[in-house]
Design a protein around this ligand. Structure first.
Ligand SMILES: Nc1ncnc2c1ncn2[C@@H]1O[C@H](COP(=O)(O)OP(=O)(O)OP(=O)(O)O)[C@@H](O)[C@H]1O
Ligand SMILES: [Mg+2]
Length: 340
């Protein structure tokens, strides 16, 4: 069953087509979520934008759209890409921020006690997108546990519906409904089960921008920044990308924003640009970021070190414990190394 986009309480901001605020599904009145507003431009890397838009094409009445995974380092632009693609697709956008606490009902329909003591049913941004035929970005999807993902299994195969246990209804997706999931690669995430992964295809990796694009991204977000400050930041980011360190455009934006604020603070004794930039680097990205080469070497050593097998003593002592029998041995070796 597909719900027609007709309902009560229509609001009509400026000239964008009005979206219903409520819809009824099988006799249950649902309050809908508000769409995301605001413009987001996607700069550079046109290929990945085209790949995402291709997933949402429907070639024939029987052809189903795909729900891709956008993967990449934190701050590389996955959410921005999703927002920009929804704008290019010209459908209303709804963003659902997934967290480790997300329960299945949060993803679908939540019962809320209203002022008159009755239960009101609130549709999530995902269900709202399903009903109005919008785009839903499930942001940072792998922060969500398996139970919540399981409730979406029928939505992302050819059934295209969800079942809300709390509201006691089955909700079909409008044929125009589209979705994408962004996923982070950090450690605070869940392993998503294979049967869900197989429904979230294809995987679209978002990489770091090249020099020219990185400059355009910083200029777009901080149009008032001086060329010298922009150039310093782009140099830094490009160097870190080439050393496989994960400093992102977001890091660059934050660091530059802070440096510019520090410079503007005291017009009589302004901080030198270089001083402000170094201070911002240290406070935004940490002391380690001040020497990228050393940071990269340390990172390589740590990654290599993880592969070293544990000895019997490691079961009883922390690696830094002075009682650790191998500690002297390690120190001796380091001394030997230093002599070369
Ligand atoms: N190609 C781009 N065009 C325009 N802005 C970009 C681009 N890439 C990154 N940005 C900007 O960089 C910042 C970080 O992007 P975004 O939040 O989309 O990253 P993310 O990959 O979703 O990060 P996380 O994994 O932490 O959620 C945002 O301010 C975004 O606008
Ligand atoms: Mg994001």
């Amino acid at each position: 069953m597909t719900v027609p986009p007709s309902s009560t309480d229509q609001s009509s901001p400026d000239d964008t087509p009005a979206l219903p605020t409520h819809l009824e599904v099988d006799g249950v009145r649902l309050k809908l979520a508000k769409p995301h507003v605001g413009v987001a431009r996607w700069i550079g890397q046109d290929e990945v934008l085209q790949q995402l838009l291709a997933c949402w094409i429907s070639l024939d009445q029987t052809d189903l759209p795909l729900t891709p995974r956008l993967v990449g380092a934190p701050g590389v632009g996955k959410t921005q890409l999703g927002i920009a693609a929804a704008m290019a697709h010209e459908r209303p956008l709804f963003i659902y921020q997934c967290t480790a606490d997300t329960r299945p009902e949060d993803l679908l329909v939540t019962p809320v006690l209203s002022q008159d003591g009755k239960i009101a049913y609130h549709a999530s941004p995902l269900v709202t997108a399903m009903l109005v035929g919008g785009v839903c970005i499930l942001d940072e999807g792998n922060r969500m546990n398996e139970k919540s993902w399981a409730s979406l299994a029928p939505l992302f195969d050819n059934r295209r519906y969800v079942e809300s246990i709390v509201a006691g209804i089955t909700i079909d997706a409008n044929p125009s409904f589209r979705a994408a999931v962004t996923m982070n690669q950090d450690e605070s995430t869940f392993e998503i089960p294979d049967y869900i992964m197989s429904r979230l295809q294809p995987t679209l990796p978002v990489g770091f921008p090249n020099k020219q694009d990185e400059m355009a991204i910083l200029q777009y977000h901080l149009p008032f920044a001086e060329p010298e400050m922009l150039a310093m930041t782009v140099e830094f980011l490009q160097r870190s990308h080439s050393l496989k360190l994960e400093f992102s455009p977001r890091d660059g934006i934050n660091l530059l924003r802070y440096a510019l604020k520090r410079i503007s603070q005291d017009p009589k004794h302004p901080l030198s640009r270089d001083q402000a930039w170094q201070e911002a680097l240290k406070h935004c990205l940490g002391e380690d970021a001040m020497d990228l080469e050393q940071m990269s070497q340390r990172r390589r050593r740590t990654l290599g070190g993880d592969a070293v097998p544990l000895g019997l003593a490691d079961l009883f002592f922390d690696p830094d414990d002075p009682m650790h029998p191998d500690l002297d041995e390690v120190d001796d070796n380091e001394d030997e190394d230093a002599d070369f």
